[in-house]
Write a protein that binds this ligand. Structure first.
Ligand SMILES: [Ca+2]
Ligand SMILES: [Ca+2]
Ligand SMILES: [Ca+2]
Length: 328
């Protein structure tokens, strides 16, 4: 809930923060420095600006056969960025949240309808092929390919954590799926991240909530972007990862879990405010933790504006799947 409220009500962070790269689904990727690859003729739109049904800001694309008959590959829409600025980063992470209607049967033909890959010329590789119901994971050259069923009809969050040559771990919706020792270091000077979708035997609608990678923030630091300061940029992500009391916020949220009890709740919000370093701008009002005590000394006008914002955002919240392609 908090993620929805704040995502809709607050300004968005820059695409490249101090030590992380973030794509929040609120703009076309190439406007944020991503190289557009593939046939680049897919329909694209930003949800919910176009009237779609996903909560918050999502970047969506629809790939059909287009002019690419007879197939099986049709329109292809991928986005690539060099990870070279992070060469040697340890620990490093990549996390994304995506929904697609690509049928799982595509994997039987080795099709790749939706993919995220952290790759390069080294031996370490983290390649995820995604459908609505089943995924294929290729990790490191020469290792067995992993197939795994996932719940259909809902977005999923994927996360890979790398600690140099020592260890890797990957998570699905916050659950540890696999971990161990990688074949080599990642990222390196030639490392890249690519993500996107394509037509492969079937038309595919795919929507991305976000894709983020970079230096892994220190636990309980409050400093998501590892910038050394705790300010509005970090607040955006604090709100995104806010889970509420007793709800495990997942591995991506440890930096915001000040008391290390797995949740990101109002106790953590108190700690985040205390850690705040921006001397010009105070921490914003955070609605999920607002109202537990007397309202601070703000004017009646201020209260009215806040209530209006709460009402507006509550109305915009609770926009469930399914993903729908807007009619043009
Ligand atoms: Ca988003
Ligand atoms: Ca920061
Ligand atoms: Ca906590």
């Amino acid at each position: 809930m908090a993620r929805v409220l704040t995502a809709l009500c607050l300004a968005f962070p820059a695409s490249v923060l101090a030590e992380v790269v973030v794509f929040e689904g609120n703009a076309l990727p190439e406007t944020l420095g991503w190289e557009r690859a593939g046939s680049a003729d897919a329909d694209r739109w930003l949800d919910p600006a176009s009237g779609g049904d996903l909560e918050g800001d999502w970047f969506c694309h629809y790939c059909d056969l287009g002019v690419w008959a007879p197939g099986p590959i049709g329109e292809t829409d991928f986005y690539r960025m060099s990870v070279a600025p992070f060469a040697g980063a340890d620990p490093w992470f990549i996390e994304w949240r995506v929904a697609t209607d690509a049928p799982p049967v595509i994997l039987d033909t080795q099709g790749t309808p939706v993919a995220v890959s952290a790759y390069g010329n080294g031996n370490a590789l983290y390649h995820f092929t995604i459908t609505d119901g089943r995924i294929r994971v290729v990790r490191d050259t020469g290792l067995p390919v992993i197939y795994m069923d996932i719940a259909q009809g809902v977005p999923h969050t994927y996360r890979v954590e790398l600690r140099g040559e020592q260890s890797y771990a990957w998570y699905l919706d916050g659950e540890l799926i696999d971990s161990g020792t990688p074949y080599g270091m990642y990222p390196l000077d030639d490392s890249k991240v690519i993500w996107g979708a394509r037509y492969h035997h079937y038309p595919t609608t795919t929507c991305w909530d976000y894709l983020r990678y970079g230096d892994m923030p220190a636990d309980a630091s409050g400093d998501f972007d590892s910038s050394g300061t705790i300010d509005g940029q970090d607040f955006y992500f604090f709100a995104e990862y806010f889970s509420g009391e007793g709800v495990d916020a997942g591995p991506g949220a440890r930096w915001a879990d000040f008391d290390a009890d797995t949740d990101v709740d109002c106790a953590d919000w108190e700690a985040f405010q205390l850690a705040w370093t921006d001397t010009v701008n105070d921490p914003p009002i955070f609605f999920p933790c607002f109202g537990g005590g007397p309202i601070p000394t703000v004017s009646d006008w201020g209260v009215a504006v806040m209530l209006l914002l709460v009402t507006t955002c509550a109305t915009l919240a609770h926009r469930p799947k399914p993903i729908e392609r807007p009619q043009t």
